[in-house]
Design a protein around this ligand. Sequence first.
Ligand code: IMP
Ligand code: MG
Length: 184
Amino acid sequence: MSELHPWIEKIVFSQQDIENKISQELAPWVNETYKDSKHLVLIGLLKGSIPFLAQLIKYINIDHTLDFMIASSYEGNYNSSGSVKIIMDLNQDIKDKDVLIVEDIIDSGITLEKISNLLQTRGPKTLKILTLLDKPNHRKNKNIKPDKTGFIAPDEFLVGFGMDYKEKLRNLPYIGIFRKKFTK
Ligand code: IMP
Ligand code: MG
């Protein structure tokens, strides 16, 4: 086990917790949900979903393609700015396909609301959301609900396993609470 990073207050989900959740619950959910699918597309929201998606697809036994989007609602700090910009769009047509959005964490839900509405206009056969973490108490729009969630997150700013503070700490193999005194 690697030493705790000095910017981490406390580990919330260990590497083992995360790996077990993905291999034993989330990937099996994908395999079951899409067992009859003719064309499944997994859409990773960059950059936070990368470690999650990479770990998840090792256990997915349904043929699928991958695509990516970059949306930004955070200006590199803690708070959602409220407006979402699509910085990079998909590379493929999703019409009549089964589309699964893969996200690291849902907080206010503003990012996913914007992305779901946009993707829905393109006529996918189905559109679902899989998130590793959820902070349901922070939701601005209660209609934004993931179809499957890994963990309910504590009311803290989390980093690691894809989640960043000012673009750093995405590489940590665990998810921890960020030590705020390091922000100055
Ligand atoms: P939302 O639009 O408020 O739901 O924010 C979603 C995005 O904000 C996530 O995909 C993350 O990239 C980022 N985010 C939300 N909460 C956290 C956190 O606790 N740590 C790091 N990033 C977060
Ligand atoms: Mg994200």
